[in-house]
Design a protein around this ligand. Sequence first.
Ligand SMILES: [Cu+2]
Length: 329
Amino acid sequence: MVRLRRLLGGEMIGLKKLIPAIGLLMAAMPAWAQDAGGELTGQPTPKGWVIQPQVTAIGQEAAWMHNVILVPVIVAIALVVMLLLLWVMVRYRASANPVPTRTSHNTFIEVVWTLTPIIILVLIFWPSFELLSKQYSQPKADLTVKVIGHQWYWSYQYPDNGNFEVVSNILSDEKAKETGQPRLLGVDEKMVIPVNKVIKVIVTSEDVIHSFAVPAFWTKEDAVPGRLNETWFKVEKPGTYYGPCSELCGAKHGYMPIAVQVVSDAEFAQWVKSKGGSFGQAKAPAGPTPAAAAEAPVTPETSTPPTVPGVTSSPATTQGATANQGPTA
Ligand SMILES: [Cu+2]
């Protein structure tokens, strides 16, 4: 007890021990909070109690912001407040301090406890707003995918590639195991996108509010019926990345996983062809490119103008462009 009193008796003794402890903790925090997933990216992993390894530049920056700035600041503040409380409770308890001081103001302390939070907030403000502005300034899209939530599955439309659609349903536990996918996250048809390309994602719903979320991309966007929400990502690493529907949407809310497969350009082209899609540019209806020639829906539109010689070709062309472009127009 005497020892404890001596320790708590002088204000500076406590602080001298406290500051290095907080410093150590802050230095150790980023190391703890990194790459708990190991080689398993894009899905929950055993002992993975921190953020998933990020595969987009925005995600990496956001994870850094969380691990290196926010968590250490939160831990340090919580520790300081907790230790101050403990110190006051022990040092100034009624039996140890029978005559309380009547001090009501201390200008120095008031300046310190006003300025310190302001400085901390300003330090957080800079990286935070920079990150926010990056998230909302979308670069020019290389590919647009329209994501539609349904009770209880997802469908993905590719308006840039002949507007084909894939419907993505959850796999049973056995099927997931067979195909080497994680339980409750495996699907029959994945959303396939090319690597290192800016993907614009238009998110909507057919029935109730769902939410399209892929933790490894740092992406979460609500799917609201009657509204087109928009987000984007540029994935830097090929692989399969999983996510859950992140808005309570009914009985099978937990059974409509999202699986995004990121592949090379060549593999993506192959996949598009296998789904009946094309690489024709919808904005150039005249002069079919070699890639566009294979696609059936484009040809009727492009062949219309010559059959009506007296009339300007614009209505047919506009119709063709709109039909192919869909929601990107
Ligand atoms: Cu849902």
